[in-house]
Design a protein around this ligand. Structure first.
Ligand code: URA
Length: 433
């Protein structure tokens, strides 16, 4: 078998066999192929696609190319959740304690972001002392002890995916649905959970721009997971505006804690919907029963206490959860008022994310440190009526460098119109089971 035969088959829209996919991915892991050979194969796949059977096999092979988490020592139903990424998306930090409080074993390996703002790991590190670089043993012990652990994904997970992703990034082959689906799902399969819930975002500031594309990706990933023997569900959610109020690590921790204190907003809507779907998969509850359990966990204060336990168990200062004023603060704040009167008809989350990155709240290069305390606190939402007296955002910043450019970007992210009608938005577009 040669890699050229595989390239030729995919160019001619033929299906690769299991043996051929194994040959390809084992070869990638052992660095047996040239970048140009792999790039040609990836491009042929991007143009001609892959069948469900090919995509499932590719995912399983990529998962097996690295470390597979062994969760067999943990009793109970193990659940994981993954978001394809959006602006001010801090659902994980709110939903993990709710589900752990309700008896699930939450096994969460998350990333540091290279995107506009921090990833879940960066946000948790905004809590003084919180340790995300924990060993597998501490991860498993934490799940056994408090029902949840959250750790930074290690470099040895899905090794072949890492190599292929680096090539896709520079050969315009990132956008292929089977390649995205297998890339995301290989890491999810490797993390070992019985239940996997995917939050697939669409809109400005999301990887998928339309609900239709997000649904196609979600369906592909749900099929892969089911074929690999996992219980699966995907929720398709809108990124037509940032999900929470805060954009930036400490502001997003605040948003998550507010959900656990009973706040009702867009973020809580998505958190509750995800918890309901995971509980239904785990215990076969009806919608109504699952929702009642989630709301009780929040209103009784149990979920908030569970977050404190999780924080303490990973060496963080749990007092911060009861007293958010202990979170590190930026040196300065500046309120921006709306520039004119009218209705907010569009909010470009991507531009707000870029502005947050310029404040120092996101990474430009891999491995760079980020400032947890800076960010943008939104004071308005889509369809709000505003005047020039209305606060639009409060900027949390440490120095004036780039501030004029940042202010310009933030104003550019809001479209205020005195003639346009309200925008119809549906936060939870669809659930794929
Ligand atoms: N995220 C991933 O992990 N892989 C992709 O291909 C795209 C987004």
């Amino acid at each position: 078998m040669t890699i050229q035969q595989l390239i030729s088959k995919k160019r001619l829209k033929k299906e690769l066999t299991n043996e051929e996919i194994e040959f390809w991915i084992k070869g990638v892991a052992k660095n047996e192929f040239q970048d140009y050979e792999l790039a040609a194969l990836l491009m042929a796949i991007t143009i001609n696609g892959m069948t469900e059977a090919e995509t499932t096999k590719l995912t399983i092979e990529m998962a097996n190319s690295g470390k597979m988490m062994d969760l067999s020592k943990i009793e109970g139903i193990k659940a994981d959740k993954h978001s394809t990424g959006g602006i001010s998306d801090t659902t994980t930090i709110a939903l993990v304690p709710i589900l752990a409080d309700l008896g699930l074993k939450m096994v969460k390996m998350s990333g540091r972001s290279l995107g506009f703002t921090g990833g879940t790991i960066d946000k948790l590190e905004a809590i003084d002392g919180f340790n995300t670089e924990i060993s597998e043993k501490k991860f498993i012990d934490g799940v056994k002890k408090v029902g949840a652990s959250i750790m930074a994904q290690t470099q040895d997970v899905a090794v072949a995916d890492k190599k292929l992703y680096a090539l896709r990034d520079v050969t315009d082959t990132v956008q292929s649905i089977p390649l995205i689906a297998s890339s995301i799902m290989s890491k999810k399969l490797a993390s070992g959970a019985d239940i996997i819930l995917l939050d697939v975002k669409f809109g400005e500031g999301a990887f998928m721009k339309t609900a239709k594309d997000a649904t196609t990706l979600a369906k592909a990933m749900v099929k892969i997971g089911k074929n690999a023997g996992r219980k699966m569900c995907a929720i398709i959610t809108s990124m037509e505006q940032p999900l929470g109020n805060g954009i930036g690590c400490t502001l997003e921790i605040r948003d998550a804690v507010e959900v656990l204190n009973g706040a009702q907003n867009r973020l809580s809507e998505v958190v509750i919907a995800i918890c309901v779907e995971i509980l239904k998969l785990a215990y076969g509850y009806s919608d109504a029963v699952a929702k009642e359990k989630v709301l009780n966990s929040i209103s009784s204060g149990s979920a908030l206490n569970k977050l404190k336990e999780i924080v303490k168990n990973q060496d963080g200062n749990e007092e911060i959860i009861s007293d958010l004023s202990l979170l590190k603060k930026a040196a300065h704040t500046k309120v921006l008022k709306a520039e004119n009167n009218g209705k907010i008809v569009a909010i470009n989350g991507e531009m707000l994310g870029e502005a947050c990155k310029l404040l120092g709240g996101g990474r430009i290069k891999k491995g760079e440190p980020i400032l947890h305390e800076v960010g943008i606190d939104m004071k308005v939402a889509l369809n709000d009526d505003v005047t020039t007296d209305t606060d639009l955002v409060n900027i949390h910043y440490n120095d004036k460098k780039n501030l004029d450019e940042i202010i310009k970007m933030i104003y550019g992210a809001f479209t205020i119109s005195s003639t346009k009608k309200s925008v119809k938005t549906k936060l939870i577009n669809k659930i794929v089971r």
